[in-house]
Write a protein that binds this ligand. Structure first.
Ligand code: S3P
Length: 428
């Protein structure tokens, strides 16, 4: 589906409530499914990725009711999960695939996991290899690296695993497998990745130990269902933050944004670039920090983004690249090879689509270099089926002269189903 976006002439103004966090919504459903007792979720993100998680766990025999942002999961513990008669279709969702494999690895039955054409290209050996080491039987294309994957779990043993990549999906997968394995499972990573799994497991009564880049759980722990309130997704807010900073005459307030420190790289970048950003009403919900953010049109300068901050903003790099086109001077993004294995190769897709609008941007081996400030010109661009590329291009359309046509814009529903409605509501 094509979506056209016109240059915004009168600025963006107003207040919106950012929809639920995708990472936290997935976890609420999965942990509720393996817990004993009922879990109720409020603020759930009804995006396609999280609906894929619900559908997979329903196929595993768990009773789950979802109505917009409310979900009820009738957990009956691990014993409540049954061998599915059908394949488990994860759609476009890497988080569903990798976290669910951690759970399936411990269950004594057979499952087949399949996804869309993007999932079929994404590397799974980063989780299937350690899960095999723990004792799960896994096969699939490319020796178990690519979907479709078949898995027969059960009888797993704890592992001491040193991940080569800073990935919350890998860390969470192994910790989830560790919960039902004999002994203590320890995962270490090169940089700290998002810690929603650790925080939420504690809310479900699990003892999780964290020490710097190392996290561990003891096997044999049971989860107890409860009530989860999901904060707004800072990765969705990022598009509106960038829009507010780069569209002239703008001032917008985003309510209910999750500001977990493992996710706030975008806030650090905006502040370092000199954006007019105000953080207010900081509070904690379910052990997750939340705040309201107000951003207004800003004079920005280019910066270097590398090292420890990368996992804290990995999903925001496409829209940060757009932000950098409107900053004076050079922005260098390094140490971000992981971009190559996201929903698309985001180094290639960001660079190719921003070039079509007249940006001065070049790809590097581990990131990109952007020279600002440049005027963007309307053109036809593609999401390549990647929600974050689609939204980045739509925000670019707010400042480009003429019209930006975003092809395959339906991909945006994966993480931000009301994106265009909210963007429209800020235009007077
Ligand atoms: C996620 C972790 C990140 C992120 C993804 C969601 C999660 O992936 O890019 O959108 O919910 O754990 P990696 O763990 O592969 O870095």
């Amino acid at each position: 589906m094509d979506q056209t976006v016109q240059k915004v002439t009168n600025g963006l103004q107003g207040t919106i409530t950012i929809p639920g966090d995708k990472s936290i919504s997935h976890r609420a459903v999965m942990f509720g499914a393996i817990a004993n007792g009922t879990t109720t979720v409020e603020g759930f993100l009804p995006g396609e990725d999280c609906l894929s998680t619900i559908s997979c766990f329903q196929k595993l025999g768990v009773s789950i009711q979802q109505n917009d942002d409310k979900v009820t999961i009738e957990g009956k513990g691990y014993a409540g999960l049954k061998e599915p008669v059908d394949i488990l279709d994860v759609g476009n969702s890497g988080t569903t695939t990798r976290l669910m494999l951690g759970i399936l690895a411990t269950l004594p039955f057979h499952c087949v996991v399949i996804g869309d054409s993007s999932i079929a290209k994404r590397p799974m050996s980063r989780v299937t290899n350690p899960l095999r080491e723990m004792g799960a039987k896994i096969d699939g294309r490319d020796n178990g690296n690519l979907t479709p994957l078949s898995i027969r779990g059960g009888g797993t043993k704890a592992i001491q695993f040193e991940s080569k990549v800073a990935s919350a999906q890998v860390k969470s997968c192994i910790l989830l497998a560790g919960l039902q394995s004999e002994g203590e499972t320890v995962v270490s990573e090169p940089h700290v990745s998002r810690d929603h799994t650790e925080r939420m497991l504690r809310a479900f009564g699990v003892d999780v130990k964290q020490n710097g880049r190392t996290t561990s759980v003891q096997g044999g722990q049971q989860l107890t269902g409860g009530h989860i309130v999901v904060p707004g997704d800072i990765s969705s807010a990022a598009f509106m933050l960038v829009a507010g900073a780069i569209v002239p005459n703008s001032s917008i307030t985003l309510l209910n944004v999750g500001v977990n420190p493992t996710r706030t790289g975008i806030i650090d970048v905006l502040q370092q670039m000199g954006a007019n950003l105000v953080i207010e009403n900081e509070r904690t919900i379910n052990d997750e920090p939340v705040a309201d953010l107000t951003i207004s049109t800003s004079s920005l300068k280019g910066i270097e983004i590398s090292g420890d901050i990368i996992p804290r903003l990995i999903d925001e790099i496409p829209v940060i690249a757009l932000l950098a086109t409107q900053a004076e001077g050079k922005t260098v993004i390094k140490d971000a090879e992981e971009l190559k294995v996201k929903e698309t190769n985001r180094i290639d897709t960001v660079v190719s689509e921003l070039l079509k609008l007249g940006a001065s941007i070049e790809a590097t081996d581990d990131g990109m270099i952007i020279y600002g400030k440049s005027d963007l010109t309307g053109s036809t661009v593609k999401s390549y089926g990647d929600h974050r590329i689609g939204m980045t291009m739509a925000i670019a359309g707010c400042i480009a002269t003429g019209t930006v046509t975003v092809q395959e814009s339906e991909a945006i529903a994966v993480s931000y189903p009301n994106f265009f409605t909210q963007l429209q509501s800020l235009q007077k």
